[in-house]
Design a binder for this molecule. Structure first.
Ligand SMILES: [Zn+2]
Length: 275
């Protein structure tokens, strides 16, 4: 599932390819890509999306949490969320696209999504959009650190792992990077968030930033369907210590990596180096 490093990698690729280009045609093969699956198919919503998006010239590509924002020169924007299996690839269409964006200069951005949970939303003022305005701290921004994380965790009785995944508190982290950061910080994933000590919070804040930054350098984790905006796999999966490795040996202490269910997810941890 694309998390912060994967979305950031796609953003950087698209930022080299699309600014200055005009969106000439929008083709919607799967209307649920625009409205989600909870609502009934809505032909008016499709027509509205096309009318608002076509003709826009891309100003820049931005990211907030796991959202990729394609901002146009008139201030309008398309917000993309890739959810489980979404892909945004500049390539020749092959008929599997939910959404196809054709740009001046002949480039086509294909939104593919095997599980069809991803979304593309058009908005006039993306910073004020409820999905964006409600997002929590950005771990790669200047404001991140022990103090910011300490405020987020204070008084919380929930286990630390699902707290790190709560996008209203910390944005951009999913199971992969929460699992890796907790291992690196030596903290068990089921510890109550509010009981983590001050010194540990500082280590955890640094670990979160480090695992995300390292993955961005390695162009994301390709364990399932994630590829970058040119269809290439990332390399970060070569460096994961515990995620997806239950039953194997911890690279730090050689104890057997275990897995438990937390917040409905399987979470790997090392009983040797996490307390
Ligand atoms: Zn270990």
């Amino acid at each position: 599932m694309p998390e912060l490093p994967e979305v950031e990698t796609i953003r950087r690729d698209l930022a080299r390819l699309l600014p200055g280009r005009t969106l000439l045609n929008v083709s919607v093969a799967d209307p649920a890509a625009l409205t989600g699956h909870r609502t009934r198919p809505d032909p008016a919503a499709v027509a509205d999306f096309i009318r608002r998006a076509e003709g826009g010239t891309v100003r820049e590509l931005l990211r907030r949490g796991k959202y990729l924002i394609m901002e146009f020169t008139d201030g309008g924007a398309i917000l993309f969320h890739l959810r489980m299996t979404g892909q945004l690839i500049v390539s020749q269409p092959d008929g599997s696209e939910r959404l196809r964006l054709g740009f001046s200069g002949g480039r086509t951005l294909c939104f593919r999504d095997r599980r069809r949970l991803g979304e593309a939303l058009f908005c006039r003022d993306w910073r004020e959009h409820p999905r964006i305005a409600g997002l929590g701290a950005e771990p790669l921004n200047g404001g991140w650190g022990a103090e910011a994380l300490g405020k987020i965790l204070r008084g919380r009785t929930a286990p630390i792992h699902p707290v790190l995944l709560n996008q209203k508190l910390v944005s951009g982290i999913g199971n992969i990077y929460a699992t890796e950061a907790l291992h690196r910080a030596g903290i068990l994933p089921d510890r109550p968030a509010g009981k983590i000590r001050r010194g540990e919070i500082a280590v955890l804040a640094g670990a979160v930033r480090d695992v995300l930054a390292r993955s961005v350098r390695n162009r994301g984790t390709s364990m399932d369907t994630y590829v970058d905006a040119l269809g290439r796999k990332g390399r970060s999966q070569l460096f994961t210590a515990v995620y997806g490795k239950a039953g194997g040996d911890c690279p730090a202490c050689h104890a057997k990596i275990r897995k438990k269910i937390l917040g409905g997810r399987g979470v790997s941890y090392c009983p040797g180096c996490q307390r």
